[in-house]
Design a protein around this ligand. Structure first.
Ligand code: PYC
Length: 308
């Protein structure tokens, strides 16, 4: 396994030793991972072997051999459709292993094919799946808070985006931001708010302006495992770009800088998509942290991880 972090957000790429998910479309193999191998993916990410926030990236054979890799992302609580920070980490990991060179490569994910452009050993530009605004200005009533209005948008995962955030997006506020985002996600689930065919909202974003000059905005992103994204969240930034495009606040090709709550940054832009949405581009940096082999001894009472 190779561990990297993208703007502080860890990715654990599993090169071998994972379950055999068979062949066929990655969305079907991802479903198999979610339903049949939950103990596996939890044990890889939960403490003591993993760390809070860590995302796993299980390398699988792509169904299209022209792709450099197939990958299924997951956090400690859910299998993900796509993961932007994970794809930047994957690009840097594949380069570290000597499996890809500088240049453009296609990667298969459960959400569809994405492209990575490896610029140097640490910098990757991701061209994500087509993203779109699904519902504009919907009001939900999270328990313990007043009504909150936001947009539902898709960027490879499903997002409820609140802009401006009712709480300042600063590292000191990570706890209250997390609590409110959990309540908002529950309110979205309670009224079955999500994608066009019933996909549930699995992430919540709070947007605010940044105190740093030249930065368009700063976000806080809640992930399915109730952890916050240390990076600006690639799929969340994609969903947000779709909202900015739909409201006419950002033109195709215009580049902005999006910061995370801890101040790590992506450069973002988009082009119009063939399906009426947008095709997002995000550029960020990842760094290799460790090359590890995990051991799961039979007599280890915590070999399945510390359950929460
Ligand atoms: O970067 O897309 C992302 C992401 C999703 C969950 C954690 N990071």
């Amino acid at each position: 396994m190779i561990d990297s972090h993208t703007g502080g957000m860890p990715t654990r790429v599993i090169l071998d030793g994972g379950p055999d998910l068979g062949t066929g479309p990655l969305a079907e193999r991802a479903m198999r991972l979610a339903t049949d191998y939950e103990p596996f993916y939890k044990s890889v990410l939960l403490e003591p072997r993993g760390q809070p926030g860590m995302v796993g990236a299980l390398l699988v054979a792509p169904s299209d051999p022209a792709c450099a890799a197939g990958v299924i992302y997951f956090d400690a609580d859910a299998v993900l459709g796509m993961c932007g920070h994970g794809t930047i980490g994957l690009g840097v990991t594949l380069a570290h292993l000597g499996r890809i060179d500088i240049g453009t490569h296609r990667i298969e994910t459960p959400a569809g094919e994405v492209a990575i452009d490896l610029k140097d050993a640490n910098t990757v530009q991701v061209t994500n799946v087509e993203s779109r605004l699904v519902h504009h200005a919907v009001t939900v009533e999270p328990e313990g808070y007043g009504p909150v209005t936001g947009d539902v948008a898709y960027g490879g995962n499903w997002f409820f985006i609140v802009d401006p955030s009712p709480i300042p997006v600063t590292p000191e506020n990570i706890r209250p931001l997390t609590d409110m985002a959990i309540a908002i996600r529950a309110a979205c689930l309670a009224r079955q708010l999500g994608g066009e065919t019933g996909q549930p909202v699995d992430h919540v974003i709070f947007q605010r302006s940044s105190p740093n000059s030249g930065v368009h905005s700063r976000n806080f992103v809640l992930c399915p495992d109730d952890e916050y994204d240390r990076s600006p969240c690639g799929t969340g930034s994609s969903a947000r770009l779709a909202c900015l495009a739909a409201s006419g606040c950002l033109s195709a090709g215009e580049e902005i800088i999006q910061e995370s709550v801890i101040g790590s940054a992506y450069r973002l832009s988009y082009q119009p998509g063939p399906g009426g949405g947008i095709v997002p581009r995000l550029t960020g940096q990842a760094h290799i942290m460790a090359e590890t082999t995990l051991v799961f001894a039979e007599n280890d009472p915590f070999r399945m991880g510390i359950m929460r």
